[in-house]
Design a protein around this ligand. Structure first.
Ligand SMILES: C[S@@+](CC[C@H](N)C(=O)[O-])C[C@H]1O[C@@H](n2cnc3c(N)ncnc32)[C@H](O)[C@@H]1O
Length: 231
């Protein structure tokens, strides 16, 4: 039976694709992937080499505005198109950077598809585990708690959630300065490390204390080790 498969392509290094992802991408008749308008798709850059010769490519612009409505509309349109392709007998894959269901663009697509066609999900290596491996900073041991905190959350929430435990801050971009100031105020900045573009050729790993004051990278994860012994 034809189906839509949402495939995690991992954080960047093409060797971090799973064998299952490679097999399904090579067999797919339609290969869809999201991109920011005017920018190349990272998911396609990672996995495009495995696409079969006759496959139809479907790059789809997804607007990245603070207002989520245009993106929701784009996912709804894409879902309708992909459903139609599956219903007419084609196997469709949707490529998603990292893991599809870890803050991934596959989530709104899956919601928009609903139960209209059969769907499967192939997990991918997340940017979180890739950043930890590249920085050689363990995420959590024994009964330790690890929190993933999106940087757009307000300061009060970030401060309350941070506590003394380990955290990974994502989606930094224009929130970078605010988060840096918050960590400094809480005495958590000295041990924090910025991992940019983990596993990609442009990867950079920098202690937060040494990070240039005018940089605001979006594709970065800020790893904040636990304060004191938590294992
Ligand atoms: C919308 S989330 C997507 C996460 C993705 N689905 C995953 O499994 O890693 C985007 C955020 O993930 C983090 N990120 C994604 N790729 C990264 C990479 N290669 N290196 C460091 N952080 C990355 C950044 O914090 C970025 O703002």
């Amino acid at each position: 039976m034809s189906r839509l498969t949402l495939i995690g392509t991992g954080p960047g290094d093409p060797e971090l694709l799973t064998l299952k992802a490679v097999r399904l991408i090579a067999a797919a008749e339609v290969v869809a992937f999201p991109q920011k308008p005017g920018e190349a798709s990272l998911a396609f850059e990672i996995a495009g080499g495995h696409v079969g010769p006759g496959a139809q490519l479907m790059p789809t612009d997804i607007p990245m505005n603070v207002d989520p409505e245009p993106a929701r509309l784009a996912y709804r349109r894409l879902a309708d198109t992909l459903v139609e392709k599956v219903q007419t007998g084609r196997d469709v894959v949707y490529l998603c950077e990292g893991d599809p269901l870890f803050y991934g663009s596959a989530i709104p697509l899956l919601e928009a598809v609903g139960g209209r066609v059969a769907t499967s999900i192939v997990p991918g290596i997340t940017s979180l585990t890739a950043a930890s491996a590249e920085a050689r900073l363990p995420l959590a041991l024994r009964n330790a708690i690890l929190k993933v905190l999106p940087a757009p959350l307000p300061d009060e929430v970030l401060e309350a959630e941070l506590g003394r435990g380990a955290a990974a801050l994502i989606k930094l971009g224009r929130h970078f300065d605010r988060v840096r100031a918050l960590l400094a105020r809480l005495g958590r900045a000295e041990s924090a490390v910025v991992v940019e573009h983990a596993t990609q050729a442009r990867q950079r790993i920098t202690p937060l204390a040494d990070f240039a004051a005018d940089e605001r990278p979006y594709f970065s994860t800020l790893l904040v080790p636990a304060r004191g012994a938590h294992s």
